[in-house]
Ligand binder design. Structure first.
Ligand code: UDP
Length: 203
Protein backbone atom coordinates (compact mmCIF):
# COMPACT_ATOMS: atom_id res chain seq x y z
CA UNK A 1 0.00 0.00 0.00
CA UNK A 2 0.98 3.63 -0.53
CA UNK A 3 0.14 4.48 3.07
CA UNK A 4 -0.11 2.16 6.05
CA UNK A 5 -0.06 2.33 9.84
CA UNK A 6 2.57 0.78 12.06
CA UNK A 7 2.52 1.18 15.85
CA UNK A 8 -0.23 3.78 15.30
CA UNK A 9 2.09 5.83 13.11
CA UNK A 10 1.22 6.66 9.52
CA UNK A 11 3.88 5.62 7.03
CA UNK A 12 4.08 6.68 3.39
CA UNK A 13 5.56 3.75 1.50
CA UNK A 14 7.64 5.73 -0.97
CA UNK A 15 10.68 4.92 -3.03
CA UNK A 16 13.69 7.19 -2.64
CA UNK A 17 12.91 8.76 -6.01
CA UNK A 18 9.27 9.48 -5.08
CA UNK A 19 10.33 10.91 -1.74
CA UNK A 20 12.96 13.22 -3.22
CA UNK A 21 10.54 14.37 -5.95
CA UNK A 22 7.99 15.16 -3.26
CA UNK A 23 10.48 17.13 -1.16
CA UNK A 24 11.52 19.14 -4.21
CA UNK A 25 8.01 19.73 -5.53
CA UNK A 26 6.51 23.17 -5.37
CA UNK A 27 2.95 22.00 -4.85
CA UNK A 28 1.19 23.52 -1.90
CA UNK A 29 -1.70 21.13 -2.29
CA UNK A 30 -0.97 17.59 -1.22
CA UNK A 31 -1.80 15.03 -3.92
CA UNK A 32 -5.19 13.43 -3.49
CA UNK A 33 -6.35 16.17 -1.15
CA UNK A 34 -8.49 19.19 -1.85
CA UNK A 35 -7.02 20.97 1.07
CA UNK A 36 -4.52 23.75 0.48
CA UNK A 37 -1.66 23.38 2.88
CA UNK A 38 -0.84 26.29 5.10
CA UNK A 39 2.83 27.11 5.00
CA UNK A 40 5.24 24.45 3.87
CA UNK A 41 4.89 20.70 3.52
CA UNK A 42 6.31 18.71 6.45
CA UNK A 43 8.32 15.53 5.95
CA UNK A 44 9.42 13.28 8.83
CA UNK A 45 11.28 10.03 9.24
CA UNK A 46 9.82 7.30 11.43
CA UNK A 47 12.26 4.80 12.92
CA UNK A 48 12.44 2.47 15.91
CA UNK A 49 13.52 5.39 18.09
CA UNK A 50 10.36 7.31 17.10
CA UNK A 51 8.25 4.27 17.96
CA UNK A 52 9.88 4.07 21.41
CA UNK A 53 9.43 7.79 22.02
CA UNK A 54 5.78 7.83 20.96
CA UNK A 55 5.02 5.10 23.50
CA UNK A 56 5.47 7.73 26.22
CA UNK A 57 4.88 10.90 24.19
CA UNK A 58 1.43 11.03 22.57
CA UNK A 59 2.11 14.54 21.28
CA UNK A 60 4.98 13.18 19.17
CA UNK A 61 2.55 10.63 17.66
CA UNK A 62 0.17 13.43 16.78
CA UNK A 63 2.93 15.54 15.29
CA UNK A 64 4.31 12.66 13.23
CA UNK A 65 0.84 11.71 12.01
CA UNK A 66 0.15 15.32 11.07
CA UNK A 67 3.22 15.42 8.81
CA UNK A 68 2.39 15.48 5.10
CA UNK A 69 4.75 12.55 4.55
CA UNK A 70 6.34 10.11 7.02
CA UNK A 71 9.12 7.98 5.63
CA UNK A 72 10.05 4.52 6.90
CA UNK A 73 13.59 4.65 8.30
CA UNK A 74 15.52 1.52 9.18
CA UNK A 75 15.38 -2.26 9.29
CA UNK A 76 13.31 -2.34 12.50
CA UNK A 77 10.34 -0.88 10.66
CA UNK A 78 10.93 -3.13 7.65
CA UNK A 79 10.77 -6.22 9.87
CA UNK A 80 7.69 -4.98 11.76
CA UNK A 81 5.93 -4.19 8.46
CA UNK A 82 6.80 -7.64 7.13
CA UNK A 83 4.91 -9.27 10.01
CA UNK A 84 1.82 -7.43 8.69
CA UNK A 85 2.57 -8.64 5.17
CA UNK A 86 3.67 -5.19 4.06
CA UNK A 87 6.78 -4.72 1.96
CA UNK A 88 8.53 -1.40 2.60
CA UNK A 89 9.80 -0.18 -0.77
CA UNK A 90 12.92 1.66 0.35
CA UNK A 91 14.78 2.40 3.57
CA UNK A 92 14.38 6.18 3.70
CA UNK A 93 16.60 8.04 6.13
CA UNK A 94 18.13 11.49 6.11
CA UNK A 95 21.67 10.22 5.71
CA UNK A 96 20.91 8.32 2.51
CA UNK A 97 18.48 10.94 1.21
CA UNK A 98 20.78 13.95 1.56
CA UNK A 99 23.00 13.17 -1.47
CA UNK A 100 19.89 12.71 -3.64
CA UNK A 101 18.41 15.96 -2.34
CA UNK A 102 21.64 17.87 -2.96
CA UNK A 103 22.00 16.47 -6.46
CA UNK A 104 18.41 17.40 -7.37
CA UNK A 105 18.68 20.79 -5.65
CA UNK A 106 21.93 21.62 -7.45
CA UNK A 107 20.51 20.57 -10.83
CA UNK A 108 17.24 22.48 -10.35
CA UNK A 109 18.65 25.56 -8.60
CA UNK A 110 16.66 24.80 -5.44
CA UNK A 111 18.06 26.35 -2.27
CA UNK A 112 18.51 24.66 1.09
CA UNK A 113 18.51 26.14 4.60
CA UNK A 114 20.17 24.16 7.39
CA UNK A 115 18.86 24.75 10.92
CA UNK A 116 19.96 22.70 13.88
CA UNK A 117 22.76 20.94 15.77
CA UNK A 118 25.40 22.61 17.93
CA UNK A 119 27.12 25.84 16.83
CA UNK A 120 29.60 25.11 14.01
CA UNK A 121 28.13 21.75 13.03
CA UNK A 122 25.72 22.87 10.30
CA UNK A 123 28.42 25.15 8.84
CA UNK A 124 30.84 22.21 8.72
CA UNK A 125 28.13 20.17 6.98
CA UNK A 126 27.71 22.93 4.38
CA UNK A 127 31.46 23.01 3.73
CA UNK A 128 31.47 19.25 3.15
CA UNK A 129 28.41 19.40 0.91
CA UNK A 130 29.89 22.20 -1.20
CA UNK A 131 32.95 20.04 -1.90
CA UNK A 132 30.64 17.46 -3.48
CA UNK A 133 28.01 19.85 -4.90
CA UNK A 134 29.89 23.09 -5.67
CA UNK A 135 26.87 24.79 -7.25
CA UNK A 136 24.48 23.88 -4.45
CA UNK A 137 22.61 26.97 -3.30
CA UNK A 138 22.71 27.32 0.50
CA UNK A 139 20.10 29.85 1.60
CA UNK A 140 21.20 29.96 5.23
CA UNK A 141 22.72 28.11 8.14
CA UNK A 142 22.08 28.34 11.87
CA UNK A 143 22.55 26.21 14.95
CA UNK A 144 19.62 24.73 16.83
CA UNK A 145 20.14 26.08 20.34
CA UNK A 146 17.86 29.01 21.02
CA UNK A 147 14.87 29.75 23.22
CA UNK A 148 11.49 28.73 21.83
CA UNK A 149 10.47 32.36 22.34
CA UNK A 150 12.85 33.19 19.45
CA UNK A 151 11.16 30.80 17.01
CA UNK A 152 9.51 33.64 15.11
CA UNK A 153 12.90 35.27 14.52
CA UNK A 154 14.22 32.04 13.02
CA UNK A 155 11.09 31.81 10.84
CA UNK A 156 11.69 35.38 9.64
CA UNK A 157 15.31 34.62 8.74
CA UNK A 158 14.32 31.47 6.84
CA UNK A 159 11.56 33.28 4.95
CA UNK A 160 13.78 36.27 4.16
CA UNK A 161 16.43 33.93 2.77
CA UNK A 162 13.89 32.67 0.19
CA UNK A 163 14.93 29.12 1.01
CA UNK A 164 13.11 26.39 -0.90
CA UNK A 165 13.86 23.50 1.45
CA UNK A 166 14.43 23.60 5.21
CA UNK A 167 16.44 20.82 6.81
CA UNK A 168 15.62 20.91 10.52
CA UNK A 169 18.00 18.92 12.71
CA UNK A 170 16.94 19.31 16.34
CA UNK A 171 16.21 15.67 17.17
CA UNK A 172 12.91 14.10 18.19
CA UNK A 173 10.53 15.14 19.66
CA UNK A 174 11.66 18.80 19.49
CA UNK A 175 11.95 19.06 15.71
CA UNK A 176 8.46 17.62 15.11
CA UNK A 177 6.98 20.01 17.67
CA UNK A 178 8.93 22.90 16.15
CA UNK A 179 7.46 22.12 12.75
CA UNK A 180 3.94 21.75 14.11
CA UNK A 181 4.26 25.23 15.65
CA UNK A 182 6.20 27.00 12.90
CA UNK A 183 5.62 25.31 9.54
CA UNK A 184 2.35 27.23 9.00
CA UNK A 185 4.40 30.44 8.95
CA UNK A 186 7.16 29.14 6.70
CA UNK A 187 7.21 30.11 3.03
CA UNK A 188 9.62 27.40 1.85
CA UNK A 189 8.31 24.42 -0.13
CA UNK A 190 9.18 21.72 2.31
CA UNK A 191 10.61 21.30 5.79
CA UNK A 192 12.24 17.99 6.57
CA UNK A 193 12.96 16.83 10.14
CA UNK A 194 16.36 15.17 9.94
CA UNK A 195 17.48 14.44 13.53
CA UNK A 196 21.23 14.04 13.97
CA UNK A 197 21.97 14.38 10.24
CA UNK A 198 24.35 17.35 10.50
CA UNK A 199 26.43 15.61 13.19
CA UNK A 200 26.93 12.80 10.71
CA UNK A 201 27.89 15.00 7.75
CA UNK A 202 30.05 17.52 9.61
CA UNK A 203 33.03 15.21 10.24
N1 UDP B 1 19.67 19.65 18.86
C1 UDP B 1 19.41 20.98 18.55
N2 UDP B 1 18.74 21.74 19.46
C2 UDP B 1 18.31 21.27 20.65
C3 UDP B 1 18.54 19.90 20.94
C4 UDP B 1 19.23 19.10 20.02
O1 UDP B 1 19.78 21.45 17.48
O2 UDP B 1 17.73 22.03 21.42
C5 UDP B 1 20.41 18.83 17.89
C6 UDP B 1 21.61 18.08 18.42
O3 UDP B 1 22.74 18.93 18.47
C7 UDP B 1 21.75 16.97 17.40
C8 UDP B 1 20.32 16.70 16.98
O4 UDP B 1 19.56 17.82 17.42
O5 UDP B 1 22.47 17.41 16.26
C9 UDP B 1 19.71 15.46 17.65
O6 UDP B 1 20.39 14.37 17.26
P1 UDP B 1 19.91 12.91 17.67
O7 UDP B 1 20.80 11.97 16.95
O8 UDP B 1 19.75 12.81 19.15
O9 UDP B 1 18.43 12.92 17.05
P2 UDP B 1 17.60 11.76 16.41
O10 UDP B 1 18.19 11.56 15.04
O11 UDP B 1 17.77 10.59 17.33
O12 UDP B 1 16.22 12.32 16.38
Amino acid sequence: PAIFTLFDLKINNDTMIDAVDWVMSDQNIEQGSEQKLNGCKIGCFVNVNSVNLTAVDPQLSKNLNAADRSFADGSGLRIAAKTLGINIKDNLNGTDMLPHLCEAAQAQGISIYLLGAKPGVAIATVKNLLKLYPKLCIAGVEHGYFERSSDSNAVKRINQSNADILLLAMGSPLQEQWLKDNAPQLTCRTALAVGGLFDFYSG
